[in-house]
Design a protein. Sequence first.
Length: 302
Amino acid sequence: MLETFTVETEEPIRIDRYLASVSKLSRTRVQALCDEGFVRVDDKPVKSSYKLSDGEVIEAEIPADQELQVEPENIPLDILYEDSDIIVVNKPKGMVVHPAPGHENGTLVNALLYHCHDLSGINGVLRPGIVHRIDKDTTGCLVAAKNDAAHRSLAKQLEDKTCHREYRAIVEGILDTDAAVIDAPIGRDPRNRQRMAVTDVHGRSARTHYRVLERFRDTTYIECKLETGRTHQIRVHMKYCGHPVLGDEKYGHKCKLMDTQGQVLHAYRLTLVHPSTGRTMVFEAPLPEYFQQLLALLEKQK
């Protein structure tokens, strides 16, 4: 469906902010559409950071969502914290966060709907309560909102970078630098639409801080802190540095030591400000068993 908007503004404004204010689209949805090249201004594709001027014409091609029936499912959850505003879970490996074509059930959202009953509706019927995501084969901390006020608060914290996400990962090869910041834009890979890549073509700014925790014979154990939250950000940035996350077959190679069932990446710490109390809260998810076993194997190889 093609929608057209004529801009009315007294001063320049980002296109993602503007479209979110004049349409039913969320800002996140607008950013995704810009990444895919579905948003044009004066017949030219633009990034989500494009500054609009009064009188410009926006054309947004909005792909039709596939109708999915999202049902509550009695799936066990590892709950790290819960109250009337938020729920923080330790997501297991192999679980998709929200329903999508090909993953209609067995998702975190299905489990949350069964457990909570009350989730924010800002992201619609397919993603109720979901403020941020982690990949299917990434484990660890994830927060969901139980009401719209909590959702708006958490989303604002992510936007303002006052909500901090820290990961642990094992990457291929030896990182020579003890700590660094990877500052490189991420967008859809022009050569493979199923992957993301460092690219200037519709790429959005992305910054990842990493610190070496331990070096093994031919791998490195690191801590990563996200300054932005792009799709596959750590996985793409580490591939860009020549050190893909171990076990990540999409961006690197399968782990030869053991079956890791995907990338060795764990969201181990989440820091946020509680939407109601204003109190800073820190949540930690212990390393999953396979991750600990792999570290022990690598230690023996030293």
